[in-house]
Design a protein around this ligand. Structure first.
Ligand code: 3HC
Length: 308
């Protein structure tokens, strides 16, 4: 395949597969985004895993364990997708551990109460669904196909968060207060998940031209806000933005954009939990070394048996 064949496939909205020729920039951009995505999934296990031992019922504990396990699975699919592009998983993990590659900023905020577990899932998994449903149509086939499955599971995560909050919304005054406080804490980090505005986005223009991204950061953020408003009404919770109101001319809600300087500070490592999150990840990686070694020895033995 040549550059003209590649351009023709992109123009016809066809998928690029791993054996197809692709420009270096396309490959690098995909590896960057998919690696950050995979890192976000495995780092995203931490804020909720902290609550597994404190879940208020057996049913909530079972759901939370399943959700956290799903996030690990999403990370594994996505590292496998990056490998189809020639990346090596161990290099990507080194880049995460050494702070050379990013993961989404919201993970660096704490889950202070049980209501935070619900608010995180309702808002950040809700934002992840909006973003990833759009990415299911990405031009790189293996990434889009992995996302179809991931989106199904993320929708369940979002719904279980809403269900948890819905229970609190019918609870005691103290539970309703903790619900509101958690939503106040998670609204801005969820809005920031969509990245900087398109006017300040480094990669949007090239990623949209290559159809890696199918919608800009601003469009997806707006879609998310419009979806959240009726859901917040159903929960009887106030979204913490005095400027939030329906704009009939635009057919969308007006809202205050997230604080991008804060986003950049957190991305640069200065959020409330960056240090702990990375330290925990490095420790888990070191403690899991024997599992990786045992799996490699087992795979080598199986390969030798098959060759004999
Ligand atoms: N947190 C951290 N970094 C961010 C960010 C955020 N919220 N938003 C943007 N950035 C970074 C970008 O990665 C980029 O960094 P780089 O140049 O070093 O690579 C820089 O800021 C400029 O942003 P751009 O808009 O130019 O970057 P993109 O075009 O890549 O768009 C994105 C950013 C919208 C986040 C896009 O990368 C994307 O759609 N990624 C895939 C979605 C994803 O990562 N989902 C993970 C969800 S986490 C999850 O589901 C787990 C949870 O459920 C527990």
């Amino acid at each position: 395949m040549s550059i003209s064949a590649f351009d023709a496939l992109i123009a016809a909205d066809q998928k690029i597969e791993n054996k197809d020729w692709m420009p270096d920039g396309y490959r690098e951009s995909l590896i960057r985004q998919i690696a950050q995505h995979a890192h976000s999934e495995i780092m995203g296990m931490q804020p909720e895993a902290a609550w597994i031992s404190r879940a208020p019922s057996l049913a909530r504990k079972a759901v939370l364990i399943a959700k956290v396990q799903d996030e690990a699975g999403h990370g594994l699919y996505l590292y496998a997708v990056a490998e189809t592009l020639g990346a090596r998983r161990e290099d990507l993990l080194d880049a995460l551990h050494e702070g050379r590659q990013k993961y989404l900023s919201f993970i660096n905020y704490p889950t202070l109460t049980w209501a935070d577990v619900g608010a995180l899932a309702w808002l950040t998994d809700g934002a992840a669904v909006v973003n990833q449903v759009s990415l299911c149509r990405t031009s790189y086939g293996p990434y889009g196909r992995a996302l179809v499955r991931i989106c199904r599971e993320e929708s369940f995560h979002h719904r279980q968060g809403f269900d948890l909050l819905h229970t609190l919304s019918r609870g005691t005054p103290a539970q309703r207060r903790s619900l509101q406080e958690a939503v106040d804490r998670w609204w801005q980090p969820a809005l920031a998940m969509f990245g900087p505005p398109d006017s300040r986005s480094t990669h949007s223009a090239s990623s949209m031209a290559w159809r890696i991204k199918r919608a800009g950061n601003d469009e997806l953020r707006q879609r998310f806000v419009d979806l959240c408003v009726p859901q917040a009404e159903a929960l009887g919770v106030r979204l913490p933005d005095p400027a939030l109101r329906w704009n009939p001319e635009r057919g969308h809600h007006d809202f205050t954009p997230p604080d991008y300087d804060e986003l950049m500070r957190v991305v640069a490592g200065h959020g409330p939990r960056n240090r702990q999150r990375l330290a925990h990840r490095r420790r888990a990686h070191e403690e899991g070394a024997w599992v990786r070694e045992a799996a490699a020895v087992h795979a080598a033995k199986q390969a030798a048996k098959q060759a004999a």
